[in-house]
Design a protein around this ligand. Structure first.
Ligand code: SOE
Length: 384
C-alpha cells in the first residue's frame, strides 16, 4: 500500500494543469512509495477554481492561499500562481513546515529568492523549482554525454528560446492569461520567462556562468491593461540577447524573443567541444543530435569518411526516463517532462537525497537573470 502525499495546488492556469496532470499520472508509471492525493487547489476566483477542482478531481478547494498552506491535511504546497506571488506563499508555507514546489522563475528578483532559500532551508523542507526541461529525455541524455566526457573541452554554448505570440499590438497586458506581459506581476519579460529555462539548462550542462553582457528591447511600448482597460506603458523585455563567459572558459550566446514569427516554442541549445557536439530543439523534442569527433575512452578520432551528425531517437529503455514509458520508437511529450520531474522529487523525498534543481539552484538562475537585466540597463559587463 502506497503512502499518501497530500497536494495543495495554488493556481489553475497553464502550469496548474501541467502539474495536476503530473500528480495524477506519476504513480501509474513510476515505482514510488508515495501516491499523490489531490487534496485541495486554490485561487481567488471561486467559480474558476471550483470548475478546476471538479475537472482534475481535487477533493476540495480554497479561495485564500493562506488557508490552504495552513491546512494540516496538506503535505506539499505547489506554487503555480503568477511570479509576484511566489515569495510570500513560499515563506508562509515554509513556516507551516510544508514541502514546496515552485514554478519558474523562482522569484521576482534575487533578494526575494535569497529569502525563499533561507526559509526552506531553515524549515528543513524538501523543495524543487519546476525547471521541467531538464526532464526532457533528450536533454537528460545530453547531460549524460557531457558526463561521459564525449564533448571534451567545451568551447561554445549557443541557446535560443523563440516564440511569436505577442507580435500583435492589440494583445493586452495583465489579467488572467496575460500576466506574463505585465512587469509588476511577471518581474521581467522573456528574461525571467524563457531565458530562465535556457540558463538553467546551460548551467546544468556546462557549469556556472561567470559574466554576462546583454541588450534588451521592448518593441511594443504601450498596451491596453486588461484590468484597467487603459493603455499603459509596457515595461517587460520583449527580446533579450546576451553574451556569457562560463567558468570553464567556454563562451555562450543566448537569444530570446516573443517576436520570432513562426517560432512557437523554439528552445534550442548547441554545445561544441573538442571531442564532440550536441544539439537539441524543443520543437523536435524526441531527438538529440550528436557529433562524435573522437572516442571518449581511447581518444581515437572517428574515421573522417563515416563521421557526421547522428540524430538519436531518444526512445530506447536505455535512455533517461524511457523505460518508465512505452516501447522503443513510441514517443512521449511535453506533459511527461513534468511527470518525470515529479517522480524525481518524490524519489528524492524517499531516498533523502534532495532533488535538483532545488531553490538554491533556481536562485543561481535568478542571479544570472538579474545580472542580464542589470547589464542591459548599464550597458556594461556584469560579474556573477
Ligand atoms: C511562455 O509562453 C511559456 O508558457 C513559459 O512560461 C513556459 O515556462 C514555457 O515552458 C512555455 O512557454
Amino acid at each position: 500500500m502506497k503512502k499518501p502525499l497530500n497536494i495543495g495546488m495554488i493556481g489553475y492556469g497553464f502550469m496548474g494543469r501541467t502539474h495536476s496532470n503530473a500528480y495524477r499520472q506519476v504513480g501509474q508509471f513510476f515505482d514510488l512509495q508515495h501516491q499523490p492525493v489531490l487534496k485541495a487547489c486554490c485561487a481567488r476566483n471561486e467559480e474558476k477554481i471550483k470548475a478546476f477542482a471538479e475537472n482534475w478531481g481535487y477533493e476540495s478547494y480554497e479561495t485564500d492561499w493562506r488557508k490552504l498552506v495552513a491546512r494540516k491535511d496538506i503535505d506539499v504546497v505547489d506554487v503555480g500562481s503568477p511570479n509576484n506571488t511566489h515569495h510570500e506563499i513560499v515563506l508562509e508555507a515554509a513556516k507551516h513546515g510544508k514541502m514546496i514546489l515552485c514554478e519558474k522563475p523562482l522569484a521576482m528578483n534575487v533578494a526575494q529568492g535569497e529569502e525563499m532559500c533561507a526559509a526552506v532551508e531553515k524549515a528543513g523542507v524538501a523543495n524543487m523549482a519546476w525547471f521541467n526541461y531538464r526532464r526532457v529525455p533528450a536533454i537528460s541524455l545530453a547531460k549524460q554525454l557531457v558526463e561521459e566526457n564525449r564533448i571534451g573541452r567545451p568551447f561554445h554554448y549557443r541557446a535560443t528560446y523563440l516564440q511569436d505570440w505577442t507580435i500583435a499590438e492589440d494583445v493586452p497586458q495583465g489579467g488572467a492569461a496575460l500576466w506574463r506581459l505585465d512587469a509588476a506581476v511577471a518581474g521581467s519579460g522573456v528574461t525571467g520567462d524563457l531565458l530562465a529555462h535556457s540558463i538553467d539548462t546551460a548551467e546544468w550542462l556546462n557549469g556556472p556562468i561567470k559574466r554576462v553582457t546583454a541588450a534588451t528591447e521592448t518593441f511594443v511600448k504601450e498596451r491596453v491593461h486588461a484590468e484597467t482597460g487603459k493603455k499603459q506603458p509596457v515595461s517587460i523585455d520583449d527580446a533579450c540577447m546576451f553574451l556569457a563567459v562560463f567558468a570553464n572558459g567556454s563562451m555562450g550566446t543566448f537569444e530570446s524573443t516573443r517576436y520570432a514569427r513562426g517560432r512557437k516554442n523554439y528552445n534550442t541549445f548547441e554545445l561544441n567541444g573538442a571531442a564532440g557536439s550536441v544539439f537539441f530543439d524543443l520543437e523536435d523534442p524526441q531527438y538529440l543530435q550528436y557529433f562524435k569527433y573522437s572516442d571518449p575512452k581511447t581518444g581515437q578520432k572517428t574515421d573522417s569518411h563515416t563521421t557526421g551528425w547522428q540524430k538519436i531517437h531518444v526512445t530506447n529503455p536505455e535512455h533517461p526516463y524511457m523505460k518508465r514509458w512505452w516501447v522503443p520508437g513510441c514517443t512521449i511529450g511535453y506533459e511527461h517532462t513534468f511527470i518525470n520531474a515529479l517522480a524525481d522529487f518524490i524519489a528524492g523525498i524517499e531516498s533523502g537525497k534532495p532533488v535538483q534543481p532545488d531553490f538554491r539552484s533556481a536562485l543561481r538562475t535568478q542571479k544570472v537573470c538579474d545580472a542580464v537585466l542589470a547589464s542591459a540597463k548599464s550597458k556594461q559587463w556584469v560579474e556573477l
